[in-house]
Design a protein around this ligand. Structure first.
Ligand code: ZN
Length: 278
């Protein structure tokens, strides 16, 4: 199947489930996510982040995603994650990516509106979807302050002014957490979901406990971003494997590493309610 944009995955503001966005860094991660999608009969998003672009290159990553997505019969979207420069968005769209996120959350409100609107229009010209962010989801170990969380009035205005297809909001999660310990402001989420006309996105989900993920889906989150959690799974698997079986073939190690990521992605698809929605 050809990869599709985020509006073609079957998830909408009104569905009672969320689609998983899984950051990929090489072909092993891409295969793992697509295998999980096949096993679970779930749509999925293959996300290309800026560190992975630096590691592997934009064109090699996008074309690997395209080739592997075409070999499967479940809907897959390829998405650019946390772009902060307009030029990389343009390059990704030119390479045929289906969806882009412009992260202007650290900019002044007016500049975030202006650049996000530009990205939305450019994405739509290519038949792609666009995600924006309002409020700040911090990186690293910093916790989320009240002032970082999304202000409902600003978010409504932002969604209407920019025309984003999906909107990332800040509810208490933090990027890069290696263990799940964070909870979310569910009351704020309910308010945002009631008042905002587009599907809402949760970033930093690796650090959020399962109960809060499930409640977030019930309260209106429709796209859930997972990055760090999958890196941790592979690293833990390979370090145990290398110390217990030093003589195995490396390709066999990688294959089993792919299986370990697949199992973790499949578990999350069930948690998000996206299984059997393809
Ligand atoms: Zn993020």
């Amino acid at each position: 199947m050809n990869p599709c944009n985020m509006n073609q995955l079957g998830v909408t503001r009104e569905t009672s489930w969320a689609v998983g966005h899984f950051n990929i860094h090489n072909q092993e991660f891409i295969k793992a996510v697509v295998r999980a999608a096949e096993q679970e009969r779930s749509p999925a998003i293959l996300a290309v982040g800026m560190l992975s672009v630096k590691y592997m290159g934009l064109a090699p990553l996008i074309s690997s995603c395209q080739i592997i997505s075409k070999q499967t019969d479940v809907p897959i979207a390829i998405h650019l994650d946390h772009a902060r420069e307009l030029e990389i968005v343009r390059q990704a769209l030119e390479l045929g990516i289906n969806s882009v996120m412009f992260d202007g959350s650290a900019l002044k409100y007016e500049e975030n509106v202006e650049k996000t609107t530009f990205v939305v229009n450019m994405a739509h010209d290519y038949g792609a979807t666009a995600e924006g962010e309002i409020g700040i989801v911090p990186h690293g170990s910093a916790s989320v302050s009240e002032s970082d969380m999304t202000d409902p009035a600003k978010a409504i205005e932002f969604a209407e002014q920019t025309g984003v297809d999906f909107l990332a909001v800040s509810l208490g999660s933090v990027h890069g957490m290696k263990q799940a310990g964070a909870s979310l402001n569910q009351e704020l989420l309910q308010k945002l979901h009631q008042q905002i006309k587009v599907p809402l996105v949760l970033h930093g989900a690796s650090g959020v406990v399962d109960e809060h993920i499930q409640a977030a889906v019930a309260n209106g989150i429709r796209k859930i971003n997972v990055n760090t959690g999958l890196k941790v799974v592979l690293k833990d698997f390979l370090s145990a494997r290398f110390s217990n079986n030093p003589d195995t073939d490396l390709l066999d190690d990688f294959n089993q590493g792919i299986d370990a990521i697949t199992a973790s992605v499949a578990r999350r698809m069930r948690l998000f309610g996206s299984s059997n929605k393809a």
